[in-house]
Design a protein. Structure first.
Length: 146
């Protein structure tokens, strides 16, 4: 349940639109990078349920265009999930050159309208998740050329 100070129905519609926009941005980015010849692993917390359509669209695009584009299930809130999927990618590819973070949740309204628990969840998604992924990837990243 979202803690809001104004019409909840309007917020749900607006937040759903924003959420879908972020999903769409991730899909478009993955497609563009794969189309440019990169091996792309597009992660999402769950590849079934509401993401199943996006996964199917991505797989269809990859097949039609003969691209290296793979949707994978990776929960950025779980260190175990991050470590396992990064290890799988490293085993398959031998390196990871670029990571693009697109997992984010946004809230609108005065901070006092949200519980400390809700703000902690947002911090975990928006800040700690990037730290989990970066710490898993960076030790295996190729050395930077000077």
């Amino acid at each position: 349940m979202e803690e809001v100070l104004h019409d909840q129905r309007e917020d749900e519609d607006s937040n759903r639109h924003r959420y879908r926009s972020f999903e769409r941005l991730g899909l478009l980015t993955a497609n563009a990078l794969a189309s440019s010849g990169h091996n792309v692993y597009a992660s999402m917390r769950v590849t079934s349920g509401h993401d199943a359509q996006q996964v199917a669209e991505m797989l269809r695009f990859a097949k039609d265009e003969s691209l290296e584009l793979r949707p994978i299930e990776l929960d950025v809130l779980s260190q175990e999930s991050v470590d396992n999927e990064i290890a799988n990618i490293m085993w398959e590819q031998g390196r990871i050159d670029v990571v693009i973070h697109n997992a984010e949740h946004v809230i609108f309204g005065p901070a006092e309208a949200f519980t400390p628990g809700r703000l902690a969840e947002l911090y975990d998604i928006n800040v700690l998740s990037t730290q989990r992924v970066n710490r898993a990837v960076l030790p295996a990243a190729p050395p930077r050329e000077q």
